[in-house]
Ligand binder design. Structure first.
Ligand SMILES: NC(=O)c1ccc[n+]([C@@H]2O[C@H](COP(=O)([O-])OP(=O)(O)OC[C@H]3O[C@@H](n4cnc5c(N)ncnc54)[C@H](OP(=O)(O)O)[C@@H]3O)[C@@H](O)[C@H]2O)c1
Length: 337
């Protein structure tokens, strides 16, 4: 059973059929401390063998390094993989360690050419706006993205961390195949507005950080234990007293995991999948890992079914989480709703 391929789901109404779980590739080059390139490459290959076909990157992950790292893997398997990348987080003109949000037309045009070059492909399968620049009308941004589709540079459009209102406005300009937002046992804010809107419009949800950036697997207990420069050291919910309080919230996950003979992370992934089916919404979560054994474990979670009592045990967790998922929530849909 371990080696059988995972089920599939469609991205939007007209988008491609992909494995029901994708792979987040960000940490192979960025954000979560040092990576072993050989191990990351083995993870990509193992994922594909398991039927994971949606690979998630962004131009901001390591200032283009992540796209370049993935390019040879994509080249070797171009017909089997669905490549998702993003624009919208630009390097700050005065401080290269900082980012600013940009959605203006010249910037998008420059980004798409740079991503195509780094990825070494003729077209990007799914092109996301990574973050919303509230100073640029969204309809204008999506109109430019739609031009990229007409020009053959991009096949399908996605948006990340948009509100339900923004999603509706965008979808009226051009069909949106996918919305990528944080969704996990610890982050359920999108269930109020974004999830119902996506369901109504036929947009597939791509939950990012479904493992709570690793915290829900129990693989780290507090961000201070992680290497210097690890992005999670800045995240309010994983630091100081918040992390201590939040670690106690893993107990019900542990109970359910023991009953299934499963790992904690597998229960977190099974929960997202099942929560989406309660909403009647197709989803393709993109857990991130750089280890082949973990991609196997994560893919196997697509076959775990949680019982009603187990779901009830997990239900109260999110409301008890201490600390926000970002320092500045205005960058998220919840911060603008
Ligand atoms: N749109 C956005 O704004 C946005 C924001 C954040 C992330 N993303 C995307 O979403 C993807 C996933 O999110 P994420 O990486 O932030 O968080 P995540 O998937 O919730 O968790 C990733 C972390 O969990 C660890 N992990 C993965 N599988 C594990 C397992 N089976 N057992 C124990 N630990 C495990 C990983 O470590 P190892 O890597 O060492 O295995 C990594 O530290 C990213 O790669 C990126 O592509 C998008």
């Amino acid at each position: 059973m371990k080696d059988s391929r995972i089920a599939t789901a469609r991205l939007g109404v007209q988008g491609p059929e992909v494995g029901v779980q994708g792979l987040g590739c960000m940490a192979m080059s960025f954000a979560y401390g040092p990576s072993d390139a050989g191990e990351s490459r083995a993870t990509l290959e193992r994922a594909l063998e398991l039927g994971v076909t949606l690979y998630d990157t962004a131009d901001a992950y390591g200032a283009g390094e992540n796209e370049k790292f993935l390019a040879p893997f994509f080249k070797a398997h171009r017909d089997e993989v669905v490549i998702a990348t993003k624009f919208g987080l630009a390097i700050h003109p005065d401080d290269p360690t900082k980012r600013i949000i940009r959605n203006d037309t010249p910037y998008i045009r420059q980004c798409v050419e740079a991503s195509l070059k780094r990825l070494d492909v003729e077209a990007i399968d799914l092109y996301y706006m990574h973050r919303r620049d509230v100073d640029v009308p969204l309809e204008e941004t999506v109109a430019v993205m739609a031009e990229l589709v007409r020009e053959g540079k991009v096949k399908h459009l996605g948006l990340s961390e948009v509100t339900a209102t923004e999603l509706r406005a965008a979808h009226a300009v051009h069909p949106i195949a996918a919305v990528q937002s944080e969704w996990s046992l610890f982050s359920r804010d999108i269930e109020t507005h974004v999830v119902p809107a996506a369901r109504e419009l036929g947009v597939t949800l791509v939950p990012y950080s479904p493992l709570g950036r690793g915290f829900l697997t129990g693989s780290f207990a507090k961000a201070e234990d992680l290497t210097a420069g690890d992005f999670r050291r800045q995240q309010p919910r994983y630091t100081g007293e918040n992390a201590v309080a939040n670690a106690a919230l893993l107990d019900p996950i542990r109970t359910v995991a023991e009953a299934h003979g499963a790992a904690l992370g597998q229960i977190a992934l099974a929960w997202v999948q099942q929560r989406a089916s309660v909403h009647g919404l197709p989803i393709v979560p993109i857990p991130g890992t750089r280890k082949p054994a973990r991609v196997e474990e994560n893919a196997a979670a697509t076959r775990i079914v949680l019982g009603e009592e187990e779901l009830a045990l997990l239900e109260p967790i999110a409301a008890k989480v201490s600390g926000n998922r970002y320092t500045d929530m205005s960058f998220t849909s919840a911060g603008r709703e």
